[in-house]
Write a protein that binds this ligand. Sequence first.
Ligand code: ACK
Length: 298
Amino acid sequence: NGTGAAVVEAPLAPVNLQQVDANDLDKIRELGRGQFGSVWMAKWLGVEVAVKELLGQNTPRARAEMYGEAEMLAALRHPCVIAIYGLVVNQEAPASVIEYVRGGSLKGGLQRLKQHGYAARRVRAAIALQAARGMEYLHSRRVVHFDLKCDNLLCDLRDLHRPVVKIGDLGLSKKKATTFVSGNMRGTLPWMAPELFPNASHLEDDQSEDRVTEKVDIFSFGMCMWEIWTLGDQPYPGLPLHEVFAGIMNGSLRPSRPPDCQDDWMEIMMPCWADEPASRPSFTEIAEALDRLVTVYE
Ligand code: ACK
C-alpha cells in the first residue's frame, strides 16, 4: 500500500481472551469431528481440557465464527454453561480451549443410560433441570442459542445422584439485537421452531422475522425434553425431511407421547411446542417446574 505498514488481515482473535501456547498443549485423543473441525481431549499444563480445532475450512469466515463463539463464551459464566479458557493462536489451525466434560454429548450419555437399562425419572428430571438453568442464564444475558439439542449439550453422568449437564456448543448463538436479520436457515430441522422456516406459512416475511425471538430455544428445549425422556431417541424416525418440515410449519407434527411418559413431564414439555411463540413458557418457568419434579420423583 506504499506506506510500508503491514496490512492487518481480519478477523483478529479477541484480545480479552487468554492466548494459549500450542507448545503447552498435550493432545491425548480425538473425541470427534464436526463440520468445522475436530475436538480433542488434551492437557494444558497438566490440566484436562477440550480443544476445538478448525480444520479444512480454515477460512476467514470460519475463523470469524470461531472467534465470535469464543468471545461470547468468554463473557459468560455459569455452572451449566461450558467455560472457555483461551485460544490457541500460534499454530496453523486456530483452536479454542474449553472446559472438558467427561461424558461427552448428552445425546451419547442418554443412549448409554438406555443401553444399561437405566431410566430413573428423577435422573431425567435433574438432567433437564440443569439444561434449563443453563438456558435461563443465556437468555438472561440476551443470548439466543438457535441450535439447542442433546447433541449440543455436554454431560458427566458418572454420579447419577448428581448429574452434570452443560450448554456446550454456541456455534450458532447470537446476541439478540433489537432488529433481527434472518434469511438463512439456522438450527437443526426437527428441533427448529416453525417461525424459523423461510416464508413461514401464512405470514408475511417481515412479520415472520418479528416472530423469531428467544422463544425458538423453548421449542427446541421441548424436543430436548423428549430426547431426555426417551433416553436419546431420534424424533420422527423414518419420516422424510420434507414431511417433517411441512408438519412442523403447519403445526400438525409434534413428537408423540413417549410410552410410559408421565403426565407431569408432558405438562412441561407440550407448551414448549405452542405454534404461537409468545404462548411458550420461559426457561425460568420451565426450571421451576422441573425443580418441583425432581422433588416429586425423589
Ligand atoms: O459424544 P461425544 O463424545 O461428545 O462426541 C462429540 C465430539 O466431541 C465432537 O463434538 C465431544 N465434545 C465436544 N466438546 C467437548 C467437551 N468440551 N468436553 C468433552 N467432550 C466434548 C462430543
